[in-house]
Write a protein that binds this ligand. Structure first.
Ligand code: GDP
Length: 318
């Protein structure tokens, strides 16, 4: 194992204002490293010259690529060009500029949707590119697969120590709570909160409620990313998850318990279910010595608390 000592290192967290990037910044603040972030508006990650200038000026020792165009099933399905182009540009610009500026350590973040729609569950890392993707998020998935391959290519051709981690569905503080573009957990939190507040007898849930998803709290994710940065060196990407999944109906019930809502769920089957099941096999991370710590119910409770404290400032939330 390579071992990368963070002490005194300058680490650029690309995407530091997002849910994952901000959690990585919080986590890195407990290490004796220097965190580099870009002042809002200074870098356009989709523009090569902008990224090259930033990296040349800042000279980080390592980079976490937590910047991405992300969104839930509807956003992915209806804005394919943005999800493909933006993500390809962001990762290609950062990885190439890192190499050009002799940054030898980089952790690239993808997603569990890189795996085939019908990959055997739980999904192991070697399920990558063994079958067709889920059509609702294939644009995002193709971009993220290209990112893994970029890391492998720069490792193979130039010996760069660039690694990839694939987090499962994430949730937590700074999530996107806008119903049109969010993922299921924050969306149901908003809907159930609103139904509870207004006394509505039912809450609409998209799809059949039977798809199964795994949810990782973003603080666990950030801890896993820092663990990987410190201790993993290899061409193969690593799954970052809990190894446990729930149905969408069970998720809705958990959130309702936290909110105190006692109404019914109405399943809107005109909306897509997406992949029937998305559960990570997390044996490789466990074997390296890391596992998630925050149980889903605890994570939902603290995230709901965060939502209550911050909801006035959130985009798309009344
Ligand atoms: P996915 O994991 O890429 O499919 O993305 P999502 O988190 O957006 O959706 C996960 C599952 O939750 C899908 O089966 C959705 O149809 C279902 N779902 C139920 N209600 C909602 C909702 O209000 N918003 C979203 N985004 N998904 C929902």
């Amino acid at each position: 194992m390579a071992g990368f000592d963070l002490k005194g290192k300058r680490i650029w967290v690309a995407g530091d204002r997002g849910m994952v990037g901000s959690a990585v910044v919080r986590r890195l603040a407990t290490e004796s490293c220097e965190i580099v972030t870009a002042v809002r508006g200074r870098v356009d990650l989709r523009r090569q010259d902008s990224v090259e200038r930033f990296i040349a000026d800042e000279k980080p020792d390592a980079i976490v690529v937590a910047a991405a165009k992300v969104g839930g099933i509807l956003a992915n399905d209806t804005r394919p060009a943005e999800f493909l182009y933006d993500n390809l540009m962001i990762e290609a610009n950062i990885i190439h500029a890192a190499h050009q500026n002799d940054v030898n350590r980089l952790v690239f973040l993808g997603s569990s949707c890189i795996y085939p729609k019908f990959a055997p569950q739980p999904m192991t890392e070697d399920a990558l590119l063994t079958g067709p993707l889920e059509s609702t998020n294939e644009w995002y998935a193709i971009a993220k697969i290209a990112g893994i391959k970029l890391c492998q290519a720069y490792r193979k051709q130039y010996g760069r120590d660039y690694v990839s981690a694939m987090p499962t569905n994430l949730y937590g503080p700074n999530d996107n709570f806008d119903l049109q573009s969010s993922h299921v957990l924050p969306a149901l939190m908003v809907k159930i909160h609103d139904a509870h507040a207004s006394g509505a007898p039912t809450v609409p849930v998209w799809g059949t409620g039977t798809p199964r998803r795994e949810f990782l709290h973003v603080d666990d994710c950030a801890d896993g990313i820092v663990f990987i940065m410190k201790s993993y060196s290899g061409a193969e990407h690593l799954n970052l998850g809990t190894g446990v999944d729930v149905s969408i109906r069970e998720l809705a019930e958990s959130i309702a318990r936290t909110v105190g809502y006692r109404g019914e769920f109405v399943f809107d089957t005109s909306k897509p279910d997406g992949t029937p099941r998305k559960l990570m096999n997390v044996d490789r991370m466990k074997a390296l010595g890391w596992q998630a710590r925050i149980p889903l119910d605890d994570g939902i409770r603290t995230t709901y608390q965060w939502f209550l404290e911050n909801r006035r400032a959130l985009r798309g939330v009344a």
